[in-house]
Design a protein around this ligand. Structure first.
Ligand code: Q9C
Ligand code: ZN
Length: 344
């Protein structure tokens, strides 16, 4: 399996996120990608390659142009306003407030386009997120050219970012950009299978009315977990996309026994949809010692997870999402990829 990796991920190096009422060091840190890179290399899973530059067009197939424009200029607006620390929002719309007025100041724009205070914009954010999108697109191109598997070692992650908003450590939705690009290259049906611990609210929003993209997500029940306001089982899609969205929320404490059942149910739905390619939003934050998560998967469970997904017998493009037990993140990810490679 080929891995795509860009060292430009290091340009996203936030100082702090708001958690438990205080600013704490960002969980989503550069060492995450480095440790995965090193583990993939040590496991000899295959070559590690740099991404190609696909330009901004594939990003604009998924995200609103005003939003992309904002992300590209946010840091200069921030510094022009005299700020030096990371750019974080201070307030959000409440129900009844307007969405049809885009603020003119940087603080207003941060509030308009974000949905949490855990996702700092820094001097290098734009460089890192465009590299991460290119990593996803390069992996998609490998699968599109006929390879059975590819691993896009994306960082920053993407699945919480929607068509017109960022949050949850995500700015551009790498998996959605890859899925849409595959459609634009001629794939008739694409599935995004999201196995990150958190619901992929951005991906769901992007493909909500789309019959050609099946979104399936296994995640911690939003009744008790971030992102709280999306990810329930009764969300099945709308309009032409009715029936092509599947959420499988699971309770805190879920171990492999509960997880395997949901994964098997997901795979049976995916088999019926018969996608030309499966994009896997992979987060290892389902691990038992993840510092911000409450599932109980163990190292070898990731091999089983990879094996079940490989048995779909479809081209598989793995896109990296979350995972914050950094010391274990490399081996957990490499074990998942090995489970795919052994059964693909
Ligand atoms: N500081 C991914 O796994 N946590 N994102 C909320 C706010 C946000 C996780 C705490 C968790 C986002 C890609
Ligand atoms: Zn996550």
């Amino acid at each position: 399996m080929r891995t795509i990796f860009s060292s430009d991920h290091r340009y996203q190096d936030g100082k702090a996120e708001l958690v438990h009422g205080t600013l704490e060091p960002c969980y989503e840190m550069p060492r995450r990608a480095e440790i995965i890179h090193d583990a993939v290399k040590a496991a000899a899973l295959g070559p590690i390659e740099a991404p190609r530059d696909f330009g901004i067009e594939p990003v604009l197939r998924v995200h609103a142009s005003g939003f992309v424009e904002f992300l590209s200029h946010a840091w200069s607006l921030w510094t022009e306003a005299g700020r030096e620390y990371d750019a974080l929002p201070l307030n959000w719309r409440a129900p009844g407030m307007r969405m049809d007025r885009v603020p003119s100041t940087v603080d207003g724009l941060l509030s308009y386009y974000s949905f949490d205070a855990g996702t700092p914009i820094t001097a290098g954010t734009w460089r890192a997120i465009t590299a991460s999108a290119n990593v996803a697109l390069t992996g998609a191109a490998i699968v599109n050219a006929g390879e059975r598997t590819a691993f896009s070692l994306c960082r920053p992650p993407g699945h919480h970012a929607g068509s017109n908003f960022y949050g949850g450590y995500c700015f551009l939705n790498n998996a959605a950009i890859a899925a849409q690009w595959l459609r634009d290259q001629g794939a008739k049906r694409v599935c995004v299978l999201d196995v990150d611990y958190h619901h992929g609210n951005g991906t769901q929003e992007i493909f909500w009315t789309r019959p050609d993209v099946l979104f399936v997500s296994i995640h911690s029940d939003p009744i008790a977990e971030y992102p709280y306001f999306l990810g329930y089982a009764d969300e099945t899609g709308a309009g032409a996309g009715e029936g092509t969205n599947l959420n499988l929320p699971l309770p805190h404490g879920t171990d492999w026994m509960g997880y395997a059942e949901a994964l098997d149910a997901s795979c049976r739905v995916i088999e019926k949809f018969s996608p030309d390619v499966v994009v896997v939003s992979f987060g290892a934050d389902t691990f038992e010692t993840d510092p911000i998560s409450q599932f109980k998967l163990k190292r070898e469970d990731y091999r089983r997870m990879g094996a079940r997904i490989a048995r779909l017998n479809r081209p598989i493009h793995v896109v990296m999402e979350g995972g914050y037990a950094v010391d274990d993140l490399g081996l957990n990810t490499a074990t998942f990829l090995a489970g795919i490679a052994e059964n693909a």
